[in-house]
Design a protein around this ligand. Structure first.
Ligand code: 3PG
Length: 207
């Protein structure tokens, strides 16, 4: 998929995916697309993550592929070289922000406080991740900061469930939510792609 104007506006729920088994990457991505979620945040938390990213880019047309859990400048560069179309970080230091800017890709830097939001806004960026969402104050926190910093838009992630997602999605400063619930470990282990497709379908309907 070509890069959209805003990563926040592609899907209501951004699937956050951890791939341990390279062979599972493409079937997971296909199931998400089939269920109506043509986007994926593939976390760089496993040894096969970059290979999984390359495989999805090569074999799953029509999906927007992002690299998540970017915590070092090198990971930002590696993810871009592997074909990532956007980047997501759990937090943001000035060095990491610069490295993500340098890739030329859209990205969602992680924030959890108003000062962190202001630091990102100072760099001319208005879209970010809110992480860990539930532990950092949840939808009530985002609602409270929409007044003082209305220009910031978020993808809250961390502890969000199908039950809590609609409350976040109703907020004016939320574009999408992120969640790992679409790819339960037991479904992946069993190769139950139909279950992942069904979970994606339910999540897509939240939009
Ligand atoms: C992330 O990497 O963004 C989170 O670990 C995903 O959080 P969740 O597993 O609570 O959805």
């Amino acid at each position: 998929m070509s890069a959209p104007e805003s990563v926040l506006d592609v899907v209501p729920v951004m699937p956050v995916v951890v791939v341990d088994d390279l062979a599972a990457a493409v079937p997971i991505a296909r199931a998400l697309v089939a269920g109506g979620l043509p986007a994926i945040e593939l976390t760089l938390r496993t040894p096969v993550a970059l290979d999984a990213l390359r495989a999805i880019v090569a074999e799953v047309p029509g999906i927007l592929v992002g690299a998540g859990t970017i915590v070092t400048p090198q990971q930002a560069a590696d993810a871009a070289a592997a074909g990532a179309q956007f980047l997501v970080s759990p937090g943001a230091t000035p060095t990491l922000l610069s490295a993500m800017v340098d890739t030329g890709l859209p990205f969602l830097p992680g924030t959890a406080t108003v000062s962190e939001v202001l630091a990102v806004l100072e760099r001319g960026l208005t879209e970010m991740k809110f992480f860990p969402a539930e532990a950092s104050g949840g939808s009530a926190y985002l609602k409270a900061i929409a007044g003082p910093v209305p220009q910031a838009r978020f993808c809250p992630t961390g502890g969000i469930t199908p039950a809590s997602a609609p409350t976040y999605l109703a907020l004016p400063n939320v574009g999408c939510v992120g969640g790992s619930w679409l790819t339960p470990a037991d479904a992946v282990a069993a190769g139950d792609w139909a279950r992942i497709e069904a979970l994606a379908k339910e999540a897509a309907a939240l939009g």
